[in-house]
Design a protein around this ligand. Sequence first.
Ligand code: ZN
Length: 134
Amino acid sequence: MDDLYREVIIDRYQNPRFSGTLDPHTHSYEDDNPVCGDHIRIDLRVDDKDIVTEAKFTGEGCSISQASADLLMEKITGMPVADVRGLAKQDILDLLGIELGPVRLKCALLSLKVLKGGVYGLDEVMSLDELAES
Ligand code: ZN
């Protein structure tokens, strides 16, 4: 693992910038990754122009899952919902900047799954397995 990125992940895990809940919120969703025991909840505020004005997460689990969520909240703050819907596996990998094996990949993608659950609704969300293979 690249040292710089490892430092970013440890820092985000220990000192998350977007930790917390939003009350009221316009979107909220939570899920877990049973393989690793990671859990993430994401709250969003989306304004009447369909822009994400605030994004926060709470959760527990490994450093990859929590750092991924924190970096993702930063990325989507100020982003149109249409662009949030377009986020894919590669966007998460770019944020983390490291190579991930199949188990860690699901840790990294949990935040994307939860985010998509929030903006799409339950029925349209890919499973972690599907996301990892996307
Ligand atoms: Zn994990």
